[in-house]
Design a protein around this ligand. Structure first.
Ligand SMILES: [Fe+2]
Ligand SMILES: [Fe+2]
Length: 350
């Protein structure tokens, strides 16, 4: 069952719910009644603008919907069967990376369906419903591509770490944790990996196919940006700390997942340091947008690896600026030790 972190006012007044809740907190429970914010022109305009942006996400989904079967079919006709002339090692690495993304799409489909069911606010519910439609398409198109690339019995099983991460976000009863896991973490990582894979030119079908995915994923981030702060604003300090702890745990599992795919990203010529930097820059931009619109109070439930003093150090340790081969001996042996531990955890969780 999903925890309801909203007030029923969300159903009726959309973005006004956050304003009302804020007012109630300021004035102390029932003493806040009547909610004078409801007749405050600025507050109404701010709330209506947020609702319009959420409602727009749904209509954008409808406008930009694409026919997955037709797009993939046309690209295969144009370029030939994926992987036909590919080096077997490259094909294996591409299969390994895409297999993780495939199950990520299935998880995103399930999570967005949960959100569409659980969110009371009508505009946010419409945005989540639009996302369900997109994620279903992403899943079947990626599945059809992978079957063409590797053969249906050659798609590898999901490793223990990514499996645990996807299950954690799917199984949490908290709407806020679902939004943090999917909209802030999965979507930003997916956008960057899709873009880099398309740019790499590893497969001409993917180069033309993945921009369709990337456009949809970029739009999905919007639901988290607009709706998550409304939930955080109403949280107690303990609830907010719980969301931040969940965020940290998901980041740790994502980093572990990155260790497991390291050799495959290298084989595909994808620079993990560059990708990690792009992901954290994107997340930093998202947190900035939230703070700009809702104030710095929302950061109590979120982490921002780019803004944290620890973030760049972790990045330099995992992906040293000049490459791991050029790092000092102590760094390489510590890195090898961490890799062994991550692989053992991945096996234990499988
Ligand atoms: Fe997706
Ligand atoms: Fe998505």
């Amino acid at each position: 069952m999903i925890e309801s972190e909203q007030t029923s006012a969300g159903m009726f007044a959309g973005g006004l719910a956050g304003t009302i809740a804020q007012g109630a907190r300021r004035m102390g429970g029932r003493r806040a009644w009547p909610p004078y914010e409801l007749i405050d022109r600025d507050a109404i305009e701010r709330a209506e603008a947020k609702s319009r942006r959420l409602e727009r996400l749904y209509h954008l989904t409808q406008e930009h919907a694409w026919d997955g079967k037709a797009v993939l079919g046309a690209l295969v006709d144009k370029h030939g069967q994926p992987g036909r002339d590919m080096d077997p090692e490259i094909r294996e690495s591409l299969t390994q990376v895409l297999a993780v993304l495939l199950w990520g799409e299935l998880a995103a489909w399930t999570i967005s369906a949960d959100l569409a069911l659980a969110i009371d606010d009508m505009d946010a519910k419409m945005a989540a419903t639009g996302q369900v439609f997109d994620e279903a398409r992403h899943f079947y198109v990626l599945r059809d591509y992978l079957v063409l690339l590797a053969g249906e019995d050659r798609v590898p099983p999901l490793g223990g770490l990514p499996r645990r991460l996807l299950l954690d976000v799917m199984e949490t009863p908290s709407l806020a944790k679902k939004l943090v896991g999917m909209q802030l973490l999965f979507e930003t990582n997916a956008v960057v990996i899709f873009r880099r894979l398309a740019e790499s030119g590893v497969c001409p079908v993917l180069t033309e196919l993945l921009p369709y995915f990337e456009r949809d994923e970029s739009r999905h981030v919007g639901l988290g940006v607009i709706f998550l702060p409304r939930l955080i604003e109403r949280m107690s300090r303990g609830e907010a700390t719980g969301v931040a702890a969940f965020h940290l745990r998901c980041i740790a599992m994502l980093i572990g997942g990155g260790f497991m795919l390291r050799q495959h990203f290298e084989a595909l010529g994808l620079d993990q340091r560059l990708m990690a930097t792009r992901v954290t820059t994107m997340q930093d931009e998202i947190v900035r947008q939230m703070v700009q619109a809702h104030g710095s109070g929302i950061v109590r439930a979120l982490l921002n690896p780019k803004a944290s003093p620890l973030g760049p150090r972790v990045l330099d340790f995992i992906h040293p600026p000049g490459g791991l081969a050029g790092a000092p001996d102590w760094h390489r042996s510590l890195h090898a030790g961490v890799t062994r531990v991550v692989k053992a955890v991945d096996r234990a969780l499988a």
